[in-house]
Write a protein that binds this ligand. Structure first.
Ligand code: FMN
Length: 329
Protein backbone atom coordinates (compact mmCIF):
# COMPACT_ATOMS: atom_id res chain seq x y z
CA UNK A 1 0.00 0.00 0.00
CA UNK A 2 1.33 3.41 -0.85
CA UNK A 3 0.67 6.96 0.23
CA UNK A 4 -1.34 9.01 -2.24
CA UNK A 5 0.20 12.19 -3.54
CA UNK A 6 -1.00 15.44 -2.10
CA UNK A 7 -4.08 16.16 -4.20
CA UNK A 8 -3.10 19.83 -4.47
CA UNK A 9 -0.16 18.65 -6.58
CA UNK A 10 -2.49 17.30 -9.27
CA UNK A 11 -2.86 19.84 -12.02
CA UNK A 12 -6.29 19.83 -13.64
CA UNK A 13 -4.82 21.03 -16.94
CA UNK A 14 -4.24 17.72 -18.65
CA UNK A 15 -5.53 14.22 -18.14
CA UNK A 16 -5.60 11.00 -20.11
CA UNK A 17 -9.00 9.37 -20.40
CA UNK A 18 -10.00 6.03 -18.91
CA UNK A 19 -10.24 3.55 -21.79
CA UNK A 20 -11.19 -0.08 -21.25
CA UNK A 21 -8.67 -2.52 -22.68
CA UNK A 22 -6.35 0.37 -23.54
CA UNK A 23 -5.26 2.31 -20.45
CA UNK A 24 -3.97 -0.61 -18.41
CA UNK A 25 -0.89 -0.14 -16.22
CA UNK A 26 1.56 -0.77 -19.05
CA UNK A 27 -0.10 1.80 -21.27
CA UNK A 28 -0.17 4.32 -18.43
CA UNK A 29 3.53 3.76 -17.73
CA UNK A 30 4.26 4.41 -21.41
CA UNK A 31 2.09 7.54 -21.44
CA UNK A 32 3.91 8.79 -18.36
CA UNK A 33 7.17 8.78 -20.35
CA UNK A 34 5.53 11.18 -22.80
CA UNK A 35 3.75 13.37 -20.29
CA UNK A 36 5.27 13.80 -16.84
CA UNK A 37 2.34 15.96 -15.70
CA UNK A 38 -0.87 14.42 -17.02
CA UNK A 39 -3.27 12.85 -14.55
CA UNK A 40 -3.76 9.30 -15.83
CA UNK A 41 -6.94 7.28 -15.30
CA UNK A 42 -7.36 3.54 -15.00
CA UNK A 43 -9.81 1.71 -17.20
CA UNK A 44 -13.24 1.57 -15.57
CA UNK A 45 -13.15 -1.12 -12.89
CA UNK A 46 -16.49 -2.31 -11.54
CA UNK A 47 -17.14 -2.51 -7.83
CA UNK A 48 -17.88 -6.22 -8.29
CA UNK A 49 -14.36 -6.71 -9.64
CA UNK A 50 -12.73 -4.65 -6.89
CA UNK A 51 -14.64 -6.42 -4.13
CA UNK A 52 -14.17 -9.95 -5.44
CA UNK A 53 -11.27 -9.92 -7.93
CA UNK A 54 -7.50 -10.26 -7.98
CA UNK A 55 -6.47 -6.94 -6.43
CA UNK A 56 -2.86 -6.89 -7.55
CA UNK A 57 -4.01 -7.45 -11.13
CA UNK A 58 -6.82 -4.90 -10.94
CA UNK A 59 -5.36 -2.16 -8.76
CA UNK A 60 -1.59 -2.61 -8.91
CA UNK A 61 0.42 0.17 -10.54
CA UNK A 62 3.94 1.56 -10.58
CA UNK A 63 4.98 4.58 -8.51
CA UNK A 64 5.97 6.35 -11.71
CA UNK A 65 2.31 6.42 -12.78
CA UNK A 66 1.40 9.08 -10.18
CA UNK A 67 -0.68 11.18 -10.35
CA UNK A 68 -3.26 8.49 -11.03
CA UNK A 69 -7.04 8.24 -10.67
CA UNK A 70 -9.03 5.05 -10.20
CA UNK A 71 -12.24 5.02 -12.22
CA UNK A 72 -15.01 2.96 -10.67
CA UNK A 73 -18.17 1.61 -12.27
CA UNK A 74 -21.08 0.92 -9.99
CA UNK A 75 -24.26 2.33 -8.47
CA UNK A 76 -24.43 0.88 -4.95
CA UNK A 77 -23.22 3.50 -2.46
CA UNK A 78 -21.90 0.93 -0.01
CA UNK A 79 -19.98 -1.05 -2.64
CA UNK A 80 -18.58 2.13 -4.12
CA UNK A 81 -17.48 3.34 -0.70
CA UNK A 82 -15.67 0.06 -0.01
CA UNK A 83 -14.07 0.10 -3.45
CA UNK A 84 -13.01 3.73 -3.08
CA UNK A 85 -11.46 2.89 0.26
CA UNK A 86 -9.46 0.12 -1.34
CA UNK A 87 -8.41 2.53 -4.07
CA UNK A 88 -7.15 4.95 -1.45
CA UNK A 89 -5.32 2.17 0.39
CA UNK A 90 -3.63 1.15 -2.85
CA UNK A 91 -2.33 4.70 -3.24
CA UNK A 92 -4.60 6.25 -5.88
CA UNK A 93 -4.73 10.04 -5.92
CA UNK A 94 -8.38 10.43 -7.01
CA UNK A 95 -11.49 8.26 -7.26
CA UNK A 96 -13.70 8.87 -10.28
CA UNK A 97 -17.21 7.59 -10.88
CA UNK A 98 -18.15 6.60 -14.42
CA UNK A 99 -21.45 8.22 -15.45
CA UNK A 100 -20.73 8.20 -19.17
CA UNK A 101 -20.42 4.66 -20.49
CA UNK A 102 -23.36 3.76 -22.76
CA UNK A 103 -22.63 0.04 -23.32
CA UNK A 104 -25.48 -2.44 -22.93
CA UNK A 105 -23.51 -4.51 -20.46
CA UNK A 106 -23.02 -1.48 -18.25
CA UNK A 107 -26.70 -0.48 -18.61
CA UNK A 108 -27.70 -3.96 -17.48
CA UNK A 109 -25.68 -3.34 -14.32
CA UNK A 110 -27.53 0.02 -13.94
CA UNK A 111 -24.41 2.16 -13.97
CA UNK A 112 -22.42 4.22 -16.46
CA UNK A 113 -24.34 6.82 -18.50
CA UNK A 114 -27.79 5.66 -17.38
CA UNK A 115 -26.90 7.03 -13.94
CA UNK A 116 -27.34 10.51 -15.39
CA UNK A 117 -31.09 9.88 -15.11
CA UNK A 118 -30.68 9.46 -11.35
CA UNK A 119 -28.71 12.44 -10.04
CA UNK A 120 -29.76 11.85 -6.43
CA UNK A 121 -28.47 8.27 -6.54
CA UNK A 122 -25.18 9.53 -7.97
CA UNK A 123 -25.03 12.14 -5.20
CA UNK A 124 -25.59 9.36 -2.63
CA UNK A 125 -22.81 7.31 -4.22
CA UNK A 126 -20.42 10.25 -4.27
CA UNK A 127 -21.27 11.16 -0.67
CA UNK A 128 -20.70 7.58 0.49
CA UNK A 129 -17.27 7.60 -1.15
CA UNK A 130 -16.38 11.04 0.20
CA UNK A 131 -17.29 9.92 3.71
CA UNK A 132 -14.87 7.03 3.38
CA UNK A 133 -11.80 8.51 1.66
CA UNK A 134 -9.75 11.65 2.01
CA UNK A 135 -8.70 11.90 -1.64
CA UNK A 136 -10.91 13.76 -4.16
CA UNK A 137 -13.99 11.98 -5.53
CA UNK A 138 -14.86 13.15 -9.03
CA UNK A 139 -17.44 12.36 -11.71
CA UNK A 140 -17.08 11.75 -15.46
CA UNK A 141 -20.32 12.25 -17.34
CA UNK A 142 -21.82 13.18 -20.70
CA UNK A 143 -23.69 16.41 -21.54
CA UNK A 144 -26.94 14.44 -21.53
CA UNK A 145 -28.55 11.18 -22.57
CA UNK A 146 -30.95 10.36 -25.43
CA UNK A 147 -33.50 13.14 -25.74
CA UNK A 148 -32.67 14.98 -22.52
CA UNK A 149 -33.02 18.77 -22.61
CA UNK A 150 -30.02 20.64 -23.96
CA UNK A 151 -28.62 22.29 -20.83
CA UNK A 152 -31.00 22.05 -17.87
CA UNK A 153 -30.60 18.26 -17.63
CA UNK A 154 -26.84 18.56 -17.23
CA UNK A 155 -27.11 21.50 -14.87
CA UNK A 156 -29.51 19.63 -12.56
CA UNK A 157 -27.17 16.62 -12.60
CA UNK A 158 -24.11 18.73 -11.76
CA UNK A 159 -25.92 20.80 -9.11
CA UNK A 160 -27.29 17.73 -7.32
CA UNK A 161 -23.86 16.14 -7.12
CA UNK A 162 -21.99 19.36 -6.37
CA UNK A 163 -24.27 19.75 -3.31
CA UNK A 164 -22.32 16.84 -1.75
CA UNK A 165 -19.11 18.85 -2.00
CA UNK A 166 -17.90 17.16 -5.21
CA UNK A 167 -15.74 19.76 -6.93
CA UNK A 168 -14.61 18.22 -10.18
CA UNK A 169 -16.55 17.05 -13.23
CA UNK A 170 -15.13 15.69 -16.44
CA UNK A 171 -17.64 16.30 -19.17
CA UNK A 172 -17.54 14.27 -22.38
CA UNK A 173 -19.26 16.88 -24.51
CA UNK A 174 -21.49 14.47 -26.41
CA UNK A 175 -24.82 12.97 -25.42
CA UNK A 176 -24.85 9.29 -24.55
CA UNK A 177 -27.20 7.32 -26.76
CA UNK A 178 -28.48 4.35 -24.82
CA UNK A 179 -30.30 2.51 -27.61
CA UNK A 180 -29.39 1.96 -31.23
CA UNK A 181 -25.74 3.02 -31.21
CA UNK A 182 -22.71 0.98 -30.20
CA UNK A 183 -20.33 2.65 -27.70
CA UNK A 184 -17.90 3.09 -30.62
CA UNK A 185 -20.53 4.86 -32.76
CA UNK A 186 -21.53 6.92 -29.75
CA UNK A 187 -18.01 8.37 -29.66
CA UNK A 188 -18.67 10.05 -33.05
CA UNK A 189 -22.46 10.62 -32.98
CA UNK A 190 -24.27 12.86 -32.00
CA UNK A 191 -22.08 15.94 -32.51
CA UNK A 192 -19.88 17.41 -29.81
CA UNK A 193 -21.30 20.43 -27.95
CA UNK A 194 -18.46 22.17 -26.17
CA UNK A 195 -20.76 25.16 -25.63
CA UNK A 196 -22.95 23.18 -23.21
CA UNK A 197 -19.97 22.09 -21.11
CA UNK A 198 -18.59 25.65 -21.24
CA UNK A 199 -21.86 27.03 -19.91
CA UNK A 200 -21.52 24.82 -16.83
CA UNK A 201 -18.09 26.33 -16.16
CA UNK A 202 -19.39 29.83 -16.77
CA UNK A 203 -22.28 29.42 -14.34
CA UNK A 204 -20.31 27.35 -11.79
CA UNK A 205 -16.93 29.07 -11.61
CA UNK A 206 -16.05 27.31 -8.33
CA UNK A 207 -16.23 23.87 -9.90
CA UNK A 208 -13.32 22.33 -11.76
CA UNK A 209 -14.65 21.47 -15.20
CA UNK A 210 -12.57 19.31 -17.52
CA UNK A 211 -13.53 19.09 -21.18
CA UNK A 212 -13.37 15.72 -22.93
CA UNK A 213 -14.17 14.67 -26.49
CA UNK A 214 -12.58 15.26 -29.87
CA UNK A 215 -9.41 17.05 -28.76
CA UNK A 216 -6.81 16.00 -31.31
CA UNK A 217 -4.84 19.10 -32.17
CA UNK A 218 -2.78 21.79 -30.43
CA UNK A 219 -4.59 24.37 -32.56
CA UNK A 220 -7.75 23.75 -30.53
CA UNK A 221 -6.13 24.88 -27.28
CA UNK A 222 -6.37 28.68 -27.63
CA UNK A 223 -10.14 28.43 -27.89
CA UNK A 224 -10.69 25.66 -25.34
CA UNK A 225 -8.27 26.41 -22.51
CA UNK A 226 -9.69 29.79 -21.46
CA UNK A 227 -13.15 28.25 -21.09
CA UNK A 228 -12.23 25.21 -18.97
CA UNK A 229 -9.94 24.18 -16.14
CA UNK A 230 -8.39 21.47 -18.25
CA UNK A 231 -8.73 18.88 -20.96
CA UNK A 232 -8.95 15.11 -21.02
CA UNK A 233 -7.58 13.31 -24.06
CA UNK A 234 -8.80 9.86 -25.10
CA UNK A 235 -8.26 8.26 -28.48
CA UNK A 236 -5.66 10.71 -29.77
CA UNK A 237 -3.45 9.96 -26.75
CA UNK A 238 -3.60 6.28 -27.56
CA UNK A 239 -3.34 6.43 -31.32
CA UNK A 240 -0.83 9.26 -31.52
CA UNK A 241 0.99 9.27 -28.17
CA UNK A 242 3.43 11.98 -29.24
CA UNK A 243 0.47 14.36 -28.91
CA UNK A 244 0.87 13.90 -25.14
CA UNK A 245 4.47 15.08 -25.29
CA UNK A 246 3.41 18.11 -27.31
CA UNK A 247 0.60 18.90 -24.88
CA UNK A 248 2.85 18.60 -21.84
CA UNK A 249 5.39 20.84 -23.57
CA UNK A 250 2.74 23.42 -24.43
CA UNK A 251 0.84 23.41 -21.12
CA UNK A 252 3.66 22.87 -18.64
CA UNK A 253 6.77 23.96 -20.55
CA UNK A 254 8.31 20.48 -20.22
CA UNK A 255 11.10 19.86 -22.75
CA UNK A 256 10.04 17.47 -25.50
CA UNK A 257 11.37 13.99 -24.74
CA UNK A 258 13.62 11.98 -27.02
CA UNK A 259 11.95 9.04 -28.77
CA UNK A 260 14.96 6.81 -28.25
CA UNK A 261 15.25 7.67 -24.58
CA UNK A 262 11.61 6.61 -24.22
CA UNK A 263 12.40 3.29 -25.90
CA UNK A 264 15.31 2.80 -23.52
CA UNK A 265 13.11 3.40 -20.50
CA UNK A 266 10.38 1.14 -21.87
CA UNK A 267 12.96 -1.60 -22.48
CA UNK A 268 13.97 -1.45 -18.80
CA UNK A 269 10.32 -1.43 -17.74
CA UNK A 270 9.45 -4.46 -19.88
CA UNK A 271 12.47 -6.43 -18.73
CA UNK A 272 11.70 -5.66 -15.08
CA UNK A 273 8.03 -6.67 -15.45
CA UNK A 274 9.00 -9.83 -17.31
CA UNK A 275 11.48 -10.83 -14.64
CA UNK A 276 9.32 -9.99 -11.64
CA UNK A 277 5.75 -10.52 -12.83
CA UNK A 278 6.08 -12.82 -15.86
CA UNK A 279 4.59 -10.17 -18.15
CA UNK A 280 4.71 -10.99 -21.89
CA UNK A 281 6.51 -8.38 -24.02
CA UNK A 282 3.48 -7.71 -26.22
CA UNK A 283 1.36 -6.65 -23.21
CA UNK A 284 3.30 -3.41 -23.24
CA UNK A 285 4.42 -3.05 -26.86
CA UNK A 286 0.81 -3.27 -28.11
CA UNK A 287 0.28 0.22 -26.66
CA UNK A 288 3.32 1.69 -28.38
CA UNK A 289 2.42 1.20 -32.05
CA UNK A 290 1.68 4.89 -32.65
CA UNK A 291 4.89 6.29 -31.15
CA UNK A 292 6.49 7.20 -34.48
CA UNK A 293 3.33 8.23 -36.34
CA UNK A 294 4.09 10.64 -39.14
CA UNK A 295 7.79 9.72 -39.32
CA UNK A 296 9.51 7.74 -42.04
CA UNK A 297 9.80 4.13 -40.89
CA UNK A 298 6.71 4.33 -38.68
CA UNK A 299 5.02 1.57 -40.66
CA UNK A 300 7.94 -0.79 -40.13
CA UNK A 301 7.88 0.06 -36.41
CA UNK A 302 4.16 -0.75 -36.20
CA UNK A 303 4.44 -3.90 -38.26
CA UNK A 304 7.42 -5.20 -36.30
CA UNK A 305 5.82 -4.59 -32.91
CA UNK A 306 2.43 -5.82 -34.13
CA UNK A 307 3.76 -8.94 -35.85
CA UNK A 308 6.77 -10.03 -33.83
CA UNK A 309 6.14 -9.07 -30.22
CA UNK A 310 4.31 -12.31 -29.38
CA UNK A 311 7.30 -14.45 -30.33
CA UNK A 312 10.00 -12.03 -29.15
CA UNK A 313 12.29 -13.07 -26.32
CA UNK A 314 14.11 -9.74 -25.89
CA UNK A 315 12.45 -6.32 -25.81
CA UNK A 316 15.78 -4.71 -26.66
CA UNK A 317 16.17 -6.79 -29.83
CA UNK A 318 12.52 -6.28 -30.80
CA UNK A 319 12.86 -2.49 -30.52
CA UNK A 320 16.20 -2.60 -32.36
CA UNK A 321 14.54 -4.37 -35.30
CA UNK A 322 11.50 -2.09 -35.15
CA UNK A 323 13.47 1.17 -35.35
CA UNK A 324 15.75 -0.04 -38.14
CA UNK A 325 13.95 1.95 -40.82
CA UNK A 326 13.36 5.11 -38.86
CA UNK A 327 14.69 8.37 -40.03
CA UNK A 328 14.25 11.08 -37.46
CA UNK A 329 14.52 13.99 -39.87
C1 FMN B 1 -11.47 1.86 -26.28
C2 FMN B 1 -12.18 2.86 -25.39
C3 FMN B 1 -12.54 2.49 -24.12
C4 FMN B 1 -13.18 3.41 -23.27
N1 FMN B 1 -13.43 3.06 -21.98
C5 FMN B 1 -13.90 4.00 -21.11
C6 FMN B 1 -13.98 3.75 -19.70
O1 FMN B 1 -13.58 2.69 -19.20
N2 FMN B 1 -14.49 4.74 -18.91
C7 FMN B 1 -14.90 5.95 -19.41
O2 FMN B 1 -15.33 6.81 -18.65
N3 FMN B 1 -14.81 6.21 -20.72
C8 FMN B 1 -14.30 5.29 -21.57
N4 FMN B 1 -14.12 5.61 -22.88
C9 FMN B 1 -14.45 6.97 -23.34
C10 FMN B 1 -13.23 7.88 -23.22
O3 FMN B 1 -12.82 8.00 -21.87
C11 FMN B 1 -13.55 9.29 -23.78
O4 FMN B 1 -14.59 9.84 -23.01
C12 FMN B 1 -13.99 9.26 -25.24
O5 FMN B 1 -13.12 8.44 -26.02
C13 FMN B 1 -14.02 10.67 -25.83
O6 FMN B 1 -12.75 11.27 -25.77
P1 FMN B 1 -11.80 11.37 -27.10
O7 FMN B 1 -12.64 11.99 -28.18
O8 FMN B 1 -10.65 12.23 -26.68
O9 FMN B 1 -11.43 9.97 -27.46
C14 FMN B 1 -13.49 4.70 -23.74
C15 FMN B 1 -13.12 5.06 -25.05
C16 FMN B 1 -12.46 4.16 -25.85
C17 FMN B 1 -12.03 4.59 -27.24
Amino acid sequence: MRAAQNSSLISPCLSIAPMIDWTDRHCRYFHRQLSPNALVYTEMITTGAVLHGDLEKLLGFADAEHPIALQLGGSEPEDLAKSAQMGEEWGYDEINLNCGCPSERVQKGSFGACLMREPQLVADCVKAMQDTVSIPVTVKCRIGIDNSEEYSFLEKFVDTIAATGCKKFIIHARKAWLKGLSPKENREIPPLRYDIAARIKETHPDLTIILNGGITNLDQLPEIMPQFDGIMIGREAYQNPWFLAELDHKLFGTPLPDHFEIIKRMTSYIEERRANAGMPIHSTTRHMLGLFNGMRGAKHWRQTLGGQAHAATSAEQLFKDAISQLNQS
